[in-house]
Design a protein around this ligand. Structure first.
Ligand code: SAM
Ligand code: SF4
Length: 473
């Protein structure tokens, strides 16, 4: 899905926010990195999914609480951090080419660190491949960041955090939030599923759910800071298992978050089909604040391929979940992820994926060519699909989905929808935001200021990826 117009507003949230914005909570204990004006500053670049984006928000919070200042370019920073993604090969390659670009910076007294999935996957090998790197830290070890930073400040040039057996979740005193209206909140980390193509169980470790009372405390705090939309995150967000005696179910948690005064929208992603239960649909029916959108990755329309992927459901079982969502008393948009060219995916298997698209008529989808990843069982599977064939299948899939989206959008033209305004175009009177069903709407309005407000937009036109409309005043 495409992004709305860019805007740059940062917000800190946490118990000490206001004092933190004025002064450092914990003055730097040792000589911070960099020799010139870049001393005590950090630059953080993020690759990958929303969970990575949110991890970076928390990492930035930890650094700010320690007295660091965030800067916009690596040139201006004493500490340069890359929060990485290794879900597909291309993403991992990008990180090494980025590290190559900043090789010279170490000579100027800068510290370079690699965080996230590539850090976890490559481990200490990164020090061999890029000896100018001083910190390698996987996402399951972020809780130890303050200690690791202290080690770096003390002059240690090989600091690692690579344990994945932690049963803790990454909760911070302070989070630097990039979006001033929608707050991400991770409720479950890691993954206990074992999809044969996926690195997540290796890079993010086993599933750990956060305590429901702690989640709700943070939601109340976010509402006080003016956030009105909460997005609950997890690789399998609906597999949430409350570790407290309260044992709140995921559907109950959705309702409890929606009940917090000031919260107007609740989203959640990503849902695993096997754990998508009727009570979630019921919660969406009774509570309109829960957005009318479910992201339910299918990966393939062929039961044979789903078995090889170890996805734990058949095509028919997946379609039963779709029927359950479609039977809700409110319309619910459904989006998905699809992998083409998994080892052994025959022409008929691929056509089953195309026929699934026709049957479900997804509102939108993310599609990927299968990418063999280190440590995953599918790496050793026979019958690899040639790259050209993968590209051909991807193009066919995307063409078909484009037509489906055009038809969806044609049906919404003329309707009026509520949009949370999150972007302002450079063009005069042009704004953007998302509907409850997560459709991007670009619209015109003569209003002077709309950012953060909820407005009614009449849809007058559409492209395959977004709606065009006008503000109904
Ligand atoms: N946990 C989510 C789920 O179960 O669907 C998704 C996690 S993953 C970060 C996002 C998407 O990346 C997956 O849904 C899948 O479509 C894609 N993906 C994961 N591993 C892949 C691989 N080896 N090659 C291509 N795409 C992959
Ligand atoms: Fe990866 Fe499967 Fe877990 Fe999703 S459910 S994170 S695809 S192993």
């Amino acid at each position: 899905m495409s992004k709305p117009f860019d805007f740059e507003i940062g917000k800190l949230t946490g118990p000490e926010t206001h004092s933190a914005q004025k002064t450092a909570l914990y003055p730097l204990t040792a000589d911070a990195f960099g020799r010139g004006p870049e001393r005590g500053t950090f630059f953080l670049e993020t690759f990958g999914c929303q969970m990575n984006d949110h991890d970076s928000e928390k990492v930035a919070g930890v650094l700010l609480a320690r007295g660091y200042r965030q800067v916009e370019t690596p040139e201006a920073a004493g500490l340069i951090l890359y929060n990485t993604c290794s879900i597909r090969e291309k993403a991992a390659q990008k990180v090494f080419s980025r590290l190559g670009e900043y090789r010279a910076k170490q000579c100027e007294g800068r510290i370079i660190g690699v965080l996230g999935c590539v850090a976890q996957q490559e481990g200490e090998d990164i020090f061999e491949r890029a000896p100018w790197v001083s910190l390698v830290c996987g996402s399951a070890s972020y809780r130890k960041l303050p200690e690791m930073l202290a080690e770096l400040e003390a002059g240690n040039h090989r600091v690692t955090g690579l344990a994945t057996d932690t049963d803790e979740t990454f909760e911070t005193e302070m989070t630097r939030r990039d979006n001033p209206f929608r707050a991400y909140l991770t409720i479950i980390e890691g993954c206990d599923k074992a999809c044969t193509y996926c690195v997540v169980p290796y890079t993010r470790g086993p599933e750990r759910s956060r305590a429901s009372d702690s989640i709700l405390r943070e939601v109340r705090q976010l509402a006080e800071f003016g956030y009105s939309e909460i997005q609950l995150l997890g690789q399998t967000v609906n597999s949430y298992k409350d570790p407290t005696p309260r044992k709140m179910r995921f559907a109950e948690l959705l309702l409890a978050v929606a009940d917090v005064p000031g919260i107007r929208r609740v989203r959640f992603t990503t849902s695993h089909p096997s754990d998508f239960t009727q009570d979630i649909v019921r919660a969406m029916e009774v509570q309109p604040k829960i957005c009318e959108h479910v992201h339910l990755p299918v990966q393939s329309g062929s039961t044979k391929v789903l078995r090889a992927m170890q996805r734990t459901y058949t095509r028919e079982e997946y379609l039963e979940k779709i029927a359950m969502i479609r039977s809700a008393s409110r319309p619910i948009a459904i989006t998905t992820d699809i992998i083409v060219g998994f080892p052994g995916e025959s022409g008929p298997d691929f056509r089953e994926t195309l026929s699934l698209l026709d049957e479900v008529k997804y509102d939108s989808l993310f599609s990927f060519k299968y990418s063999p990843r280190p440590n995953t069982p599918s790496l050793k599977m026979a019958d690899a699909i040639p790259e050209e064939e993968k590209s051909h299948r991807l193009a066919l899939l995307q063409d078909q989905q484009r037509e489906i989206q055009k038809a969806h959008h044609a049906r919404v033209i003329g309707g009026t929808y509520e949009v949370l305004v999150s972007g302002k175009s450079r063009r005069e009177n042009q704004w953007s935001g998302y509907t409850s069903s997560y459709r991007l709407a670009n619209f015109s309005s003569p209003a002077k200021e709309l950012l953060g407000s909820y407005v009614q937009v009449r849809v007058t036109g559409a492209t395959p990826n977004s709606l065009v409309g006008e503000h109904v005043v």
